[in-house]
Write a protein that binds this ligand. Structure first.
Ligand code: NAD
Length: 440
């Protein structure tokens, strides 16, 4: 392959001598997983409620710098009879928590920029980490996560809930059973009109998300669309992401919205919002397959993650219309009845494993079943695997690969869509396995 026009913007760092791969990492089983939650904002409110219904866990500490957020978290825990935990409120208290001896898992749900610093410090102090999406904001941070996980032999899982969507899990199983033949192309996205939320002064802490989007261009939230596709396409399990090219529209929608809704002298009017409305990235894999990935959080469009899988023998898509088409009748979607039959037939083993649990949870607390129950399945699976000492469903290489697209797409989009190499975070070990296993 000629690399004369392929930009390798980040060299692979030299591993330390004590470092070894964490592919299929198995750690000592933990009977009762002791957890600290850092960042108690919008996302963690629902996480805490979920953990009230996951056995073999104990919440040891919660941490946020905003007293109201702590108070709200305390009330959720106390409502469920959980009273024996410590509360931390100082800017750097996350360090004190990571240094504690009586915690197994640090659950990180702050703004993006603190994810990697906390995760690294936590692993260096012997903790497993679960990090909200994206795990890292730069390629350098992605390498830091990989290197620290390899040096400490700790689990580092990004909390990519979309991998546990019902159609995503079922299509993963369909792909693994060969229903689509060779999967050659996937499409994913994060299309979600968030203009009002990111401009709401009472929503994100310190308006971190608005500030982030004001500074950056490219795909700034790649993991929801990419995660499920990468597991279906065996990325770093036989194949790997090779390079991408990316392009963004100019900024139209956000500026128009601000002009229409705020005075000229409002602080938002002065904002130089550099993120294009729609970013489209194309990724080529080493085996010659492709992934199209989009990001748009400003256009007035219905929510869409696409989740499209195209293979030599079949096709599936979740949005905008959920459907499946199979050879030799590829011109037509299968009927709705047949679709329901196949969704039942091809349920992923994880879905079967959790059927009874989900049924009883849904009846008790319908709130947990929203979003396809994918958040609950994700947390349940994390604890299940830690308890049994099994490899987690998502490893640190997933976290790094999926998160790295943020900076790589930005580089490409800002440089005439130049092709950019995607690092091999496994340093060549991606050939060791040929498919993802969600251990039961
Ligand atoms: N997977 C999903 O579907 C999904 C959905 C929403 C958000 N998220 C992710 O969750 C994360 C949090 O998002 P959110 O919507 O809850 O944002 P948020 O702003 O509501 O929450 C962030 C919290 O971090 C706290 N914080 C800031 N500095 C801190 C520090 N030094 N120590 C402790 N806490 C600190 C803030 O006070 C705030 O409460 C983000 O990474 C986001 O991408 C994921």
């Amino acid at each position: 392959m000629q690399h004369s026009t392929l930009y390798n913007i980040f060299n692979t760092p030299e591993p330390k001598s004590n470092q070894r791969s964490v592919l299929n990492l198995r750690c000592k089983p933990i009977d009762n997983v002791r957890i600290a939650f850092i960042g108690l904002g919008m996302r963690t409110k629902s996480a805490l409620k979920r953990y009230m219904h996951i056995e073999h866990t104990q919440i040891k500490a919660i941490c946020d710098i905003v007293p109201d957020k702590c108070n709200h978290a305390i009330s959720i825990l106390q409502e469920h009879g959980v009273c024996d935990f410590d509360i931390y409120m100082q800017q750097n208290d996350w360090r004190v928590i990571c240094e504690r001896e009586d915690i197994d898992l640090i659950y990180i749900s702050t703004h993006y920029q603190l994810h990697t610093p906390i995760a690294i410090y936590a692993m260096q102090h012997g903790k497993h980490v679960a990090i909200e999406v994206p795990a890292a904001v730069t390629v350098q941070e992605c390498w830091q996560l990989v290197d620290t996980a390899e040096q400490t032999q700790r689990h580092c899982m990004m909390l990519e809930n979309c991998n546990y969507g019902s159609f995503e899990l079922t299509t993963l199983n369909m792909a693994q059973q060969g229903l689509f033949g060779e999967v050659i192309h996937g499409e994913g996205a994060y299309i979600h009109d968030l203009k009002k939320l990111i401009l709401d002064t009472d929503a994100y802490w310190n308006m971190w998300r608005l500030k982030f989007h004001a500074q950056k261009n490219g795909n700034l939230y790649p993991t929801h669309g990419l995660g499920p596709l990468c597991h279906i396409m065996n990325i770093h399990r036989g194949d790997k992401l090779s390079y991408l090219t990316s392009t963004s529209t100019k900024q139209f929608g956000m500026r128009e919205f601000i002009n229409e809704n705020y005075d000229n002298n409002h602080e938002f009017a002065a904002l130089n919002y550099s993120g294009g409305d729609m970013n489209t990235s194309l990724i080529k894999t080493t085996k010659g397959k492709t992934i199209m990935l989009q990001h748009d959080i400003t256009s007035p469009r219905p929510y869409n993650r696409i989740h499209l899988i195209s293979g030599t023998k079949g096709f599936a898509q979740k949005w905008p219309k959920t459907g499946i088409a199979l050879a030799p009748n590829g011109l037509e979607y299968i009927t709705d009845d047949k679709l329901q039959e196949m969704l039942e037939l091809y349920k992923h083993p994880v879905q079967r494993q959790m059927e009874t649990v989900l049924e009883s949870i849904d009846k008790q607390i319908p709130e947990i079943s929203k979003n396809d129950s994918m958040d609950y399945i994700m947390d349940y699976r994390l604890i299940y695997c830690l308890k049994k000492g099994l490899p987690l469903d998502q490893d640190v290489y997933d976290a790094a690969e999926w998160s790295s697209v943020m900076e790589l797409s930005e580089y490409s989009a800002n440089n005439f869509s130049t092709p950019v190499e995607i690092p091999d975070f496994t340093r060549g070990n991606y050939k060791q396995t040929d498919s993802i296993v969600y251990h039961i």
